[in-house]
Ligand binder design. Sequence first.
Ligand SMILES: C[S@@+](CC[C@H](N)C(=O)[O-])C[C@H]1O[C@@H](n2cnc3c(N)ncnc32)[C@H](O)[C@@H]1O
Length: 189
Amino acid sequence: MLATALHYSHTLLKEVLQPGDIAVDATMGNGHDTCFLAELVGRTGHVYAFDLQAQALENTVTRLAAAGLTNRAALIHGGHETLSQYIPETQPIKAAIFNLGYLPQSDKSVITLPATTRQALDALLLRLAPRGRIVLVCYYGHAGGPEELASVRAYCEALPQEQYNVLNYQFINQKNQPPILFCIESKPV
Ligand SMILES: C[S@@+](CC[C@H](N)C(=O)[O-])C[C@H]1O[C@@H](n2cnc3c(N)ncnc32)[C@H](O)[C@@H]1O
Protein backbone atom coordinates (compact mmCIF):
# COMPACT_ATOMS: atom_id res chain seq x y z
CA MET A 1 0.00 0.00 0.00
CA LEU A 2 1.12 3.55 -0.62
CA ALA A 3 2.15 5.27 2.61
CA THR A 4 0.08 8.08 4.08
CA ALA A 5 1.75 11.50 4.15
CA LEU A 6 2.29 11.10 7.88
CA HIS A 7 3.91 7.70 7.51
CA TYR A 8 6.01 8.87 4.58
CA SER A 9 7.23 11.86 6.60
CA HIS A 10 8.85 9.42 9.04
CA THR A 11 10.45 7.43 6.22
CA LEU A 12 12.01 10.63 4.85
CA LEU A 13 13.39 11.55 8.28
CA LYS A 14 14.64 8.04 9.02
CA GLU A 15 16.60 7.98 5.75
CA VAL A 16 18.82 10.91 6.78
CA LEU A 17 18.99 11.04 10.58
CA GLN A 18 21.84 9.29 12.35
CA PRO A 19 23.09 9.13 15.94
CA GLY A 20 24.73 12.43 16.90
CA ASP A 21 22.60 14.59 14.58
CA ILE A 22 20.62 17.71 15.50
CA ALA A 23 16.92 17.69 14.57
CA VAL A 24 13.98 20.07 14.97
CA ASP A 25 10.33 19.36 15.66
CA ALA A 26 8.81 22.70 14.63
CA THR A 27 5.29 21.78 15.83
CA MET A 28 5.59 19.65 18.96
CA GLY A 29 1.88 19.00 19.65
CA ASN A 30 1.54 15.77 21.61
CA GLY A 31 5.20 14.93 21.05
CA HIS A 32 4.91 11.99 18.66
CA ASP A 33 7.46 13.45 16.25
CA THR A 34 9.69 14.74 19.07
CA CYS A 35 9.94 11.17 20.40
CA PHE A 36 10.51 9.75 16.95
CA LEU A 37 13.34 12.21 16.29
CA ALA A 38 14.84 11.62 19.76
CA GLU A 39 15.07 7.88 19.03
CA LEU A 40 16.83 8.53 15.72
CA VAL A 41 19.43 11.04 16.97
CA GLY A 42 20.48 8.67 19.73
CA ARG A 43 22.23 9.47 22.99
CA THR A 44 24.75 11.81 21.34
CA GLY A 45 22.27 13.83 19.26
CA HIS A 46 19.69 16.41 20.24
CA VAL A 47 16.17 17.54 19.31
CA TYR A 48 14.80 21.08 19.59
CA ALA A 49 11.00 21.10 19.75
CA PHE A 50 8.73 24.17 19.59
CA ASP A 51 5.10 24.86 20.45
CA LEU A 52 3.00 27.81 21.57
CA GLN A 53 0.72 25.75 23.84
CA ALA A 54 1.65 24.75 27.40
CA GLN A 55 -0.50 21.63 26.94
CA ALA A 56 1.80 20.50 24.12
CA LEU A 57 4.85 20.75 26.34
CA GLU A 58 3.13 18.86 29.17
CA ASN A 59 2.07 16.07 26.86
CA THR A 60 5.53 15.85 25.30
CA VAL A 61 7.30 15.80 28.67
CA THR A 62 5.15 12.81 29.63
CA ARG A 63 5.71 11.02 26.33
CA LEU A 64 9.49 11.51 26.39
CA ALA A 65 9.72 10.36 30.02
CA ALA A 66 7.71 7.20 29.28
CA ALA A 67 10.14 6.38 26.47
CA GLY A 68 13.25 7.21 28.54
CA LEU A 69 14.21 9.97 26.10
CA THR A 70 13.91 13.08 28.29
CA ASN A 71 17.58 14.09 28.04
CA ARG A 72 17.60 14.09 24.26
CA ALA A 73 15.21 17.00 23.69
CA ALA A 74 14.94 20.71 24.53
CA LEU A 75 11.26 21.67 24.68
CA ILE A 76 10.72 25.32 23.86
CA HIS A 77 7.51 27.06 24.87
CA GLY A 78 7.54 29.45 21.93
CA GLY A 79 6.87 29.65 18.22
CA HIS A 80 9.15 28.03 15.64
CA GLU A 81 9.73 31.54 14.29
CA THR A 82 12.01 32.11 17.34
CA LEU A 83 14.35 29.28 16.26
CA SER A 84 17.27 31.70 15.71
CA GLN A 85 17.23 32.55 19.41
CA TYR A 86 17.90 28.92 20.38
CA ILE A 87 20.03 27.43 17.63
CA PRO A 88 23.15 29.26 16.43
CA GLU A 89 23.57 29.76 12.69
CA THR A 90 26.78 27.70 12.84
CA GLN A 91 24.89 24.62 14.12
CA PRO A 92 24.07 22.29 11.21
CA ILE A 93 20.57 20.83 11.40
CA LYS A 94 20.12 17.48 9.71
CA ALA A 95 16.32 17.27 9.68
CA ALA A 96 13.19 19.16 10.68
CA ILE A 97 9.50 18.32 10.67
CA PHE A 98 6.40 20.53 10.60
CA ASN A 99 2.88 19.22 11.10
CA LEU A 100 0.94 22.32 10.05
CA GLY A 101 -2.56 22.96 11.33
CA TYR A 102 -4.03 22.67 14.84
CA LEU A 103 -3.64 20.18 17.63
CA PRO A 104 -6.51 17.64 17.55
CA GLN A 105 -8.64 17.54 20.73
CA SER A 106 -7.24 20.92 21.75
CA ASP A 107 -7.69 24.64 21.07
CA LYS A 108 -8.55 24.73 17.36
CA SER A 109 -7.97 28.49 17.26
CA VAL A 110 -4.21 27.98 17.72
CA ILE A 111 -3.12 27.23 14.17
CA THR A 112 0.17 27.56 12.37
CA LEU A 113 0.32 30.65 10.16
CA PRO A 114 1.93 31.41 6.77
CA ALA A 115 4.19 34.27 7.92
CA THR A 116 5.66 32.48 10.95
CA THR A 117 6.02 29.20 9.06
CA ARG A 118 8.05 31.03 6.39
CA GLN A 119 10.15 32.73 9.05
CA ALA A 120 10.97 29.33 10.57
CA LEU A 121 11.76 27.90 7.12
CA ASP A 122 14.15 30.78 6.40
CA ALA A 123 15.98 30.11 9.68
CA LEU A 124 16.13 26.37 9.03
CA LEU A 125 17.48 26.75 5.50
CA LEU A 126 20.38 28.84 6.85
CA ARG A 127 21.31 25.91 9.11
CA LEU A 128 20.36 22.91 6.98
CA ALA A 129 23.24 20.42 6.65
CA PRO A 130 24.18 19.08 3.20
CA ARG A 131 21.68 16.31 2.36
CA GLY A 132 19.56 17.53 5.27
CA ARG A 133 15.78 17.51 4.95
CA ILE A 134 12.86 19.69 6.05
CA VAL A 135 9.56 17.82 5.90
CA LEU A 136 6.23 19.67 6.01
CA VAL A 137 2.94 17.82 6.45
CA CYS A 138 0.16 20.32 5.68
CA TYR A 139 -3.33 19.78 7.10
CA TYR A 140 -5.53 22.32 5.38
CA GLY A 141 -9.19 21.43 6.06
CA HIS A 142 -9.61 24.21 8.66
CA ALA A 143 -10.14 27.97 8.21
CA GLY A 144 -6.79 29.44 7.17
CA GLY A 145 -5.50 26.04 6.05
CA PRO A 146 -5.79 26.58 2.27
CA GLU A 147 -3.93 29.91 2.56
CA GLU A 148 -1.10 28.28 4.49
CA LEU A 149 -0.92 25.41 2.02
CA ALA A 150 -0.67 27.89 -0.87
CA SER A 151 2.05 29.80 0.96
CA VAL A 152 4.11 26.68 1.65
CA ARG A 153 3.72 25.50 -1.94
CA ALA A 154 4.84 28.87 -3.30
CA TYR A 155 7.81 28.93 -0.91
CA CYS A 156 8.89 25.46 -1.97
CA GLU A 157 8.43 26.10 -5.69
CA ALA A 158 10.62 29.21 -5.49
CA LEU A 159 13.64 27.39 -4.02
CA PRO A 160 16.55 27.24 -6.53
CA GLN A 161 17.07 23.76 -7.95
CA GLU A 162 20.86 24.26 -7.88
CA GLN A 163 20.68 24.17 -4.07
CA TYR A 164 17.60 22.11 -3.22
CA ASN A 165 15.56 19.13 -4.30
CA VAL A 166 11.90 19.68 -3.44
CA LEU A 167 9.34 16.90 -3.31
CA ASN A 168 5.54 17.09 -3.22
CA TYR A 169 3.67 13.94 -2.15
CA GLN A 170 -0.12 13.80 -2.11
CA PHE A 171 -3.11 11.61 -2.87
CA ILE A 172 -5.19 13.28 -5.56
CA ASN A 173 -8.34 11.13 -5.49
CA GLN A 174 -9.22 11.14 -1.79
CA LYS A 175 -12.06 12.87 0.05
CA ASN A 176 -11.76 14.95 3.24
CA GLN A 177 -8.56 16.78 2.34
CA PRO A 178 -5.86 14.33 3.46
CA PRO A 179 -2.60 16.07 4.39
CA ILE A 180 -0.14 17.07 1.69
CA LEU A 181 3.59 16.57 2.17
CA PHE A 182 6.52 18.67 0.99
CA CYS A 183 10.17 17.78 1.53
CA ILE A 184 13.07 20.19 0.98
CA GLU A 185 16.44 18.48 0.66
CA SER A 186 19.69 20.42 0.62
CA LYS A 187 22.03 19.38 -2.20
CA PRO A 188 25.65 18.74 -1.23
CA VAL A 189 27.96 21.63 -2.24
C1 LIG B 1 -0.90 19.38 13.91
S1 LIG B 1 -0.30 19.85 15.50
C2 LIG B 1 1.25 18.99 15.66
C3 LIG B 1 1.11 17.54 16.03
C4 LIG B 1 2.39 16.95 16.53
N1 LIG B 1 3.36 16.74 15.47
C5 LIG B 1 2.18 15.65 17.32
O1 LIG B 1 3.01 14.74 17.21
O2 LIG B 1 1.22 15.56 18.07
C6 LIG B 1 0.22 21.52 15.22
C7 LIG B 1 0.86 22.18 16.44
O3 LIG B 1 1.48 23.38 16.04
C8 LIG B 1 1.42 24.26 17.13
N2 LIG B 1 1.74 25.62 16.66
C9 LIG B 1 0.93 26.58 16.16
N3 LIG B 1 1.65 27.67 15.82
C10 LIG B 1 2.95 27.39 16.12
C11 LIG B 1 4.17 28.12 16.01
N4 LIG B 1 4.21 29.35 15.51
N5 LIG B 1 5.30 27.52 16.42
C12 LIG B 1 5.29 26.25 16.93
N6 LIG B 1 4.16 25.51 17.06
C13 LIG B 1 3.00 26.08 16.66
C14 LIG B 1 0.03 24.08 17.68
O4 LIG B 1 -0.03 24.55 19.01
C15 LIG B 1 -0.12 22.55 17.56
O5 LIG B 1 0.25 21.92 18.76
